[in-house]
Design a protein around this ligand. Structure first.
Ligand SMILES: Nc1ncnc2c1ncn2[C@@H]1O[C@H](COP(=O)(O)OP(=O)(O)OP(=O)(O)O)[C@@H](O)[C@H]1O
Ligand SMILES: [Mg+2]
Length: 255
């Protein structure tokens, strides 16, 4: 049975989507079957994997509002072995529309349950907030992967995120585990990056992935071509690091 990983941090711009796209693509490159789920109305994971978010008929929005079946919401991406449930701006309205729905915290989980055995990994990209969409990601997921941007305010908001995870574990999904933290936009040349790493290690008793994702311009360029880093520039530092991270994730035996 596959592992469902939600990539979450309510802080904006920390590298959630970049990590979601490229971890999913690198796991697929290693010949695993992967389903990506874009849970952000910005739809950046969708477009970053070569799917035109405004042309998709059945997105995660239609799925969550029970207007289509999960099979009808799954599309091929540019990556072999990687399929996606897409998102676009319509999802911004889902929060309110879900209010009247029974078991609104489990809408995504109940749908994904039908297909999860078809995949080795399911990777969910969360929006930058702790809203009902993120709660749905956390009830669906087995684990949460938290990207931490190597900048001065990195720790800000992390205690709130950890508190939310604890609440979900207590009330909604007792099996939820923390996959770990991954440092993004790491710059070996600056003291700041190293200080952030040390600071996080001192303050959080959580698994930290060995692989740190460097700041790499190729990672920022790839989405505008609608392809992941391993297809855009396979030898770049960004591609090498996401391949290493994907390998660490796949080889975890303790969760
Ligand atoms: N390692 C990196 N090197 C260089 N640029 C990066 C790197 N990681 C992410 N970026 C760039 O930083 C910006 C924010 O990244 P990304 O969209 O992945 O963050 P996010 O956490 O998903 O943002 P949001 O909270 O809006 O969903 C993007 O322009 C992205 O291309
Ligand atoms: Mg994002």
């Amino acid at each position: 049975m596959g592992r469902i990983i939600a990539i979450a941090n309510q802080k904006g711009g920390v590298g959630k989507t970049t990590t979601a796209i490229n971890v999913a693509a690198c796991i697929a490159e290693a010949e695993k079957k992967v389903l990506a789920i874009d849970l952000d109305p910005q739809g950046n994971m969708t477009s970053g994997l070569g799917v035109d978010k405004n042309e998709v008929e059945n997105t995660v929005y239609e799925l969550m509002l029970d207007e289509c079946s999960i099979k009808d919401s799954i599309y091929e991406t540019v990556v072999e072995g990687l399929q996606i449930i897409a998102s676009n701006v319509n999802l911004a309205g889902a929060e309110i529309e879900l209010l009247g729905i029974k078991e609104k915290e489990y809408v995504l989980k109940n749908a994904v349950d039908y297909v999860k055995d078809d995949y080795d990994f399911v990777i969910i990209d969360c929006p930058p907030s702790l809203n009902m969409l993120t709660v749905n990601a956390m009830t669906t997921a087995d684990t949460i992967l938290v990207p931490i941007q190597c900048e001065y305010y990195a720790l800000e908001g992390l205690s709130q995120l950890m508190h939310t995870i604890t609440l979900v574990q207590d009330r909604l999904n007792p099996d939820l585990a923390i996959e770990g933290l991954v440092f993004t936009m790491y710059d070996v040349r600056t003291n700041l990056s190293n200080q952030v790493v040390e600071n996080v290690k001192e303050n959080l008793d959580t698994k930290i992935y060995e692989t740190k994702i460097p700041r790499n311009i190729r990672l920022a360029e790839a989405p505008s071509y609608g392809i992941p880093i391993n297809m855009y520039d396979s030898k770049s530092a960004g591609a090498e690091s996401y391949r290493k991270l994907a390998k660490e994730i796949v080889e975890r035996k303790d969760i």
